[in-house]
Ligand binder design. Structure first.
Ligand SMILES: O=C(O)C(=O)C[C@]1(C(=O)O)C=C[C@@H](O)C=C1
Length: 163
């Protein structure tokens, strides 16, 4: 519905952009054999988000739930891609990818996500939140031309946005 105003479109756009970084991260890990899980980095990402959330007046537990969800779904995307590349090596990335290049972007997008949670707080608390999220997910899926893997990931990672 092109004329409907999508309230949460900025937020689902940020979720999609953060999930898109999983491709670059997976490519870097494919090349170097680095494990998908990096608990120390996760703790850093979560601590920074909680701190930013506090400043914005957000409940730490809520920020933690949303960011953990982003991390978990991102890891699922990484594992899916790595499994595909292992199974069909011709599909594996050839362009160089570096964790050191993509992590600052992940940090920035996580900050944008926390800002978005604060900005859209009223909508995210309202009874119609899940419907708003569904509309925004549909719009972002179309505008970002998401493939099925990333469309499913976006829908999954957006559920926790409503509180
Ligand atoms: O930075 C990485 O290595 C990522 O895979 C990204 C990310 C995240 O979503 O922030 C996800 C999984 C890792 O355990 C750490 C962080």
């Amino acid at each position: 519905t092109p004329h409907r105003h999508v309230t949460l479109g900025a937020l689902t756009g940020i979720v999609a952009d953060r999930l898109a970084t999983a491709d670059t991260v997976a490519a870097a890990k494919w090349r170097t054999g680095t494990p998908v899980d990096d608990p120390a980095r996760e703790a850093q990402v979560i601590a920074a988000a909680v701190a930013a959330g506090r400043t914005a007046g957000l409940d730490p537990a809520r920020v933690m739930t949303v960011v953990r969800d982003q991390i978990e779904v991102g890891k699922a995307v990484q594992r899916t891609l790595l499994a595909l590349w292992r199974t069909v090596p011709a599909t594996a990335p050839t362009a160089p990818a570096d964790l050191a290049d993509v992590r600052p972007r992940i940090t920035a997008l996580t900050g944008d996500l926390v800002s978005g949670l604060a900005r859209d707080d009223a909508t995210l608390r309202a009874p119609g939140c899940l419907a708003e999220v569904a509309a925004a997910v549909a719009t972002t899926t179309a505008t970002h031309r998401l493939d099925p893997l990333h469309a499913v990931a976006l829908a999954s990672a957006s559920r926790s946005l409503c509180r």
